[in-house]
Every structure is written in C-alpha cells, then in structure tokens.
Design a protein around this ligand. Structure first.
Ligand code: PHE
Length: 366
C-alpha cells in the first residue's frame, strides 16, 4: 500500500485548505480505483478510516494544530471529506467479486437431490373415486359451507326445535350465538345434507348432484370415531323418481366401488328428511358374505343412510323454488361416510391415522 504524503499547509486560508483537502481526496480516489476484491476494499478501509492507524486520524492530528480562528473551517472540511470516503467505501462492495474462489459453483459430480412427490391423501382419493362413479351416472358435483346455520343443518331438513333426533348428531356450536334467533345460529355442520337444501334453493328440478365434504360431531375419538370426518351426499329430484331408482342407483354404485360381486340390502331406518328411510348394507368385501372378524361374522357391512326426500323438505324449499311441488316431483337422497369406505378399501384400522399427518402413514399412498 503506497504511503501518501500528507501535503503541507502554508496557511489556513480557504484557498490553501481547498488545495490541501483536494490533494487528499485525489489520493483516496486513486487508491480506490485500484480495488478489485472485497479483501482489498477492507484493506483500503482500514488504511483510511481504521480507528487507530487510519490516515484520516493522522490528518486530523495535523489539523489540531490549526489556530483557533481557522478551527471551524478546518473541521467542516475535514468532516465532509471523511463522510465522502465512508460513503464510497460503503457503496463499493456490490460491484466487487468475492475474494476467494466462488463458493456457489455447482459440483455436477454430486448425486442430485431427489424432490419428494406429493401424494393424494387417502380420504381425498376415496372421495374422488366415489364422485367419479356418480359422475358416470350423470351427476354433477357441488359443495357447501362447513360452518352452517341451524336452519340449513336442521330446520329445513325437518328437524323441529328440541326434536330428539337432533341429539343423535352431537352438534358442535359456534360460541356466543344465543342472542340470535335459533335458525340463524352458527354451528359446524354435522352432515352434508344441508347442501341438499342449498342446491334446491338455487336450481329448479331436475337435480342430480353429489356433495363431498367435511363434517363435525362432538364424538370422543377412538379407532372408529373422529370429531372430524367426511361424507358424500347424493340428491336426485325429478318427476317419477321412485324407491326402485334409489335401490338401483346405490346397488350399481356399490358394485362399481367395491366390485361387481358385491350385493346390497336395505333396512328400514329413520331420518327426519327422508320418508321412507333406509340403511344400506353391502355384502362383506373381505369374506364375500361368509362371515369374518371384519363384518362381525354377519356377512354384511353397514355403509350408508338414504331414503325418499320427505315432502316436508320440499315445502321448505318451495318459497324460493316453487317448482319443488311434492305433488309433481319426487326424489331420493343418500349420505355415506368416506372415512369408513377409505378404511375398508385401504385396510386402515384406526381412523385417527387419517388425521395424524404422520408421514410414515401418508407415504404409503404415494
Ligand atoms: N345425513 C345423514 C347422516 O349424516 C345421512 C343421510 C343422507 C340419510 C341423506 C338420508 C339421506 O347420518
């Protein structure tokens, strides 16, 4: 690093001071122009404004000898120059190459990093399989909100207030809703059936729709229960829809889902929004109906609820869609639990695994 001669000062007139500071600035700029690396820049910084040995300190010492009347002038110029030097030192690094050999070079001889592939969650996959079966039969697909009003989840589905059927649903409600009329209070939907009402309010018959979605119930978690689970709802409304259509549709759907050997049977059941109502069982897909541990030796597995749409439900919809006149049209509805079907199809013994986020479980579906 070249030494610089600190120029001598004849007197403290502003001409002399100008010349003095200009000479110093020129020397700095000459040295700065030769800097090519970050290391060289650091050397330059230490040489000029290093705290102990920096040239600017030495220059400052020389100037301390200035007579009192020139001090202010000298001080201003000194500070201005120092600031300029500091600023150009700070601005420099962006334009410089790193001193050592570049560290971001790619070593093409290393084995590559294999990106992990995403996989469809078994619940989503099962839901899609169910939907596809009904799409082939001409059904469309719809969705509805998971936070629902009491009206859509219960009232319009013909659950009167205080009706004991509400108790079977173990509803999780949104807090602080008591000031609202019952029908407006919010809850986590306990089934996908409210979307039946929302669909009919929007579209006049004929309707053929399946509705996949997440539902909630205040159930204690165990191997077969989870407070969150999934359903696929179905609704078909048209002229002359009969119970035979319901049976034929579900029988065909179960055969497509589980294989053509599967048989179905229908048992009387109760839902306020269907009349008559039925529970559907399929012949056990594990033993073919002979009886095994999986079907509790009955040969049958219960899979879904269904029934003919209760005329009372059409009456709730008619205000908005007069075409839902129970004298002219009829329909059927069904609802199935996706989690159970996924567990059967993929041999999953604990429903909790579907919600655990455990990679060892999920990777098996990749
Ligand atoms: N929503 C009912 C349940 O969750 C199932 C169902 C849907 C029954 C449609 C009949 C018709 O239990």
């Amino acid at each position: 690093m070249p030494k610089i001669d600190i120029p001598s000062l004849k007197d403290y007139s502003s001409t002399s001071l100008d010349g003095f500071f200009q000479a110093i600035q020129d020397s700095f700029e000459k040295e700065e122009a030769k800097v090519h690396t970050l290391d060289e820049l650091e050397d330059l910084r230490i040489r000029w404004i290093g705290r102990k040995q920096g040239l600017m300190n030495q220059i400052g010492d020389v100037l301390k000898r200035a007579p009192a009347e020139a001090r202010k002038d000298v001080g201003t110029r000194f500070n201005r120059l120092k600031q300029q030097i500091e600023q150009s030192l700070e601005a420099e690094p962006a334009s410089l190459a790193p001193s050592a050999a570049p560290t971001d070079a790619i070593d093409i001889t290393l084995p590559g990093i294999r990106p992990t592939h995403g996989a469809e969650h078994p619940l989503i996959r099962t839901m899609q399989e169910i939907i596809r079966v009904f799409e082939h039969m001409g059904y469309s697909v719809g969705v509805g909100p998971e936070v629902e009003t009491d009206y859509y989840n219960f009232e319009a589905l013909n659950f009167p207030p205080n009706h004991p059927a509400r108790d079977t649903q173990d509803t999780l409600v949104v807090a602080n809703q008591q000031h609202k009329p019952l029908r407006d209070r919010l809850l986590l939907r306990t089934h996908t059936s409210p979307v039946q009402i929302r669909t009919m309010e929007r579209t006049p018959p004929p309707v053929r729709i399946v509705i996949p979605g997440k539902v909630h119930r205040n159930d204690a978690a165990d191997a077969t229960h989870s407070p969150i689970f999934h359903q696929v709802e179905g609704l078909c409304v048209d002229e002359n829809i009969t119970f035979s259509d319901l049976k034929g549709t579900l029988d065909q759907a179960m055969k497509e889902l589980f294989g053509s050997n599967v048989r179905t049977r229908f048992f009387p059941s109760f839902f306020p929004f269907t009349e008559p109502s039925a529970d559907v069982q399929i012949s056990c897909i594990f033993c073919g109906g002979k009886g095994c541990r999986k079907c509790k030796h009955s040969g049958w597995i219960e899979l879904l609820g269904c029934g003919m749409v209760n005329p009372a439900v059409f009456e709730f919809v008619r205000g908005k869609q007069p075409a839902y006149d129970p004298k002219k049209i009829s329909g059927f509805a069904f609802g199935m639990g996706v989690d159970r079907i996924a567990m059967m199809k993929y041999g999953i013994s604990d429903i909790g695994l579907l919600y655990s986020g455990d990679m060892r479980f999920l990777e098996q579906f990749a």
